[in-house]
Design a protein around this ligand. Structure first.
Ligand SMILES: Cc1cc2nc3c(=O)[nH]c(=O)nc-3n(C[C@H](O)[C@H](O)[C@H](O)COP(=O)(O)O)c2cc1C
Length: 339
């Protein structure tokens, strides 16, 4: 699958997730089999004012490429300058956030507020396309609220100004994460635009990814929450898409990934912050494993990397020898309202 001139192989994409998609996690997902990884959303205004924290979000390395960096904002010239900045920082693709329903972002007129102002959205996309050589994509929702299906017309206009692919989170902005994603909306968009459509929403296991591609005809499948604690979802989905049976992985290999994740995160953002950021992640890696309740308690108390590593190793040591990881709870992580 191609986005502009960028090869996305296999056609499986780690969706942008604020607070989650660190360089460490993106590297893991790429190694596990994602064909493309996305950064978390980055504020165009923060780039403009030279925020040191924001520069940290742009850290990348060769091994994770191709990388899509997502930016959000509401002013065409500021977004164009931010697109140039992230291109120079190493983005292979620049993505326009049109789906975020967080109040702070909406108040600034950005994120899914752009679904309400198609003229501005198109002006921003056009300015970004003019500003960079790499492909520009947009991540949208179905509309602003239920009954609003403006996404088809809007997508056509985005494509007309040069957007190379559209990712559709198949819910309206008003829905947040409520209700099932409407995959039929993805199928309708596939029919309506000449560029690749990336389907997104409620892919929680490898079988879901194949089903989404089959039911909608989307060019690629984007997985966000389903990859939390389970980067190997990409390996398994890649197997199924290639017509092979999905590999099954021992539970220990997933805990090895958790250990690696923790170490690289600590390296990247320092031990104190790295351990704190890893706590919730580590709990997700342990979902469904015997001993996970005690593990969660230990992890939440961990302050140093060695305490965190000890908890992971103890969980691995106490697993039955042939334990495999079958995530029992494929339900959405409902309490996550952040987008
Ligand atoms: C913790 C979290 C953070 C997110 N941050 C972003 C973001 O920065 N930009 C964005 O476009 N979407 C963001 N999303 C939305 C996801 O990319 C995705 O569209 C949504 O979760 C639906 O896909 P899923 O069912 O595979 O999780 C976020 C989702 C979660 C759970």
């Amino acid at each position: 699958m191609l986005i502009g001139n960028v090869v996305v192989e296999p056609p499986l994409i780690l969706g942008p997730m604020a607070g989650m998609n660190t360089l460490a996690f993106r590297l893991l997902c790429r190694k596990a089999g994602a064909g493309l990884v996305c950064s978390e959303m980055v504020s165009a205004n923060a780039i403009r004012y030279g925020s040191v924290k924001t520069e940290g979000l742009l850290e990348t390395c060769l091994q994770e490429k191709p990388l899509s960096i997502q930016i959000f904002g509401a002013e065409p010239d500021v977004m164009a300058a931010a697109a140039q900045h992230v291109e120079a920082a190493g983005a292979d693709i620049v993505d326009l956030n049109m789906g975020c329903p967080v109040r702070k972002v909406l108040k600034a007129g950005a994120g899914s507020m752009l679904m309400k102002d198609p003229d501005l959205a198109v002006a921003i996309a056009a300015a970004m396309v003019q500003a960079v050589r790499v492909p520009v994509t947009a991540k949208i929702r179905i509309g602003w609220r239920r009954g609003d299906a403006s996404y088809i017309e809007l997508s056509r206009r985005l494509v007309d100004v040069g957007v190379d692919a559209i990712a559709l989170h198949a819910r309206t902005a008003g829905q947040g994460y409520r209700g099932p994603a409407d995959w039929s909306a993805i199928a309708r968009l596939v029919e309506a635009v000449p560029v690749p459509v990336i389907g997104n929403g409620d892919v929680f296991c490898a079988e879901d990814a194949v089903r989404m591609q089959r039911e909608t005809g989307c060019a690629a499948v984007m997985i966000a929450r389903g990859a939390l604690g389970d980067p190997l979802i990409f390996a398994q989905a890649a197997d199924l898409l290639a017509g092979r049976p999905a590999r099954s992985f021992p539970a220990r290999s997933r805990l090895a990934l958790a250990l690696w994740h923790a170490q690289v995160l600590a390296l990247q953002c320092g031990e104190h912050l790295g351990v704190r950021r890893m706590r919730m992640m580590a709990c997700w890696y342990s979902r469904g494993l015997p001993g996970s309740a005690k593990f969660r308690r230990d992890v939440c108390r961990a302050v140093t990397l060695s305490e965190l590593a000890d908890a992971i190793l103890a969980l691995a040591r106490n697993l039955p020898p042939n334990a495999t990881f079958e995530a029992p709870d494929r339900a959405p992580i409902e309490d996550m309202t952040f987008e």
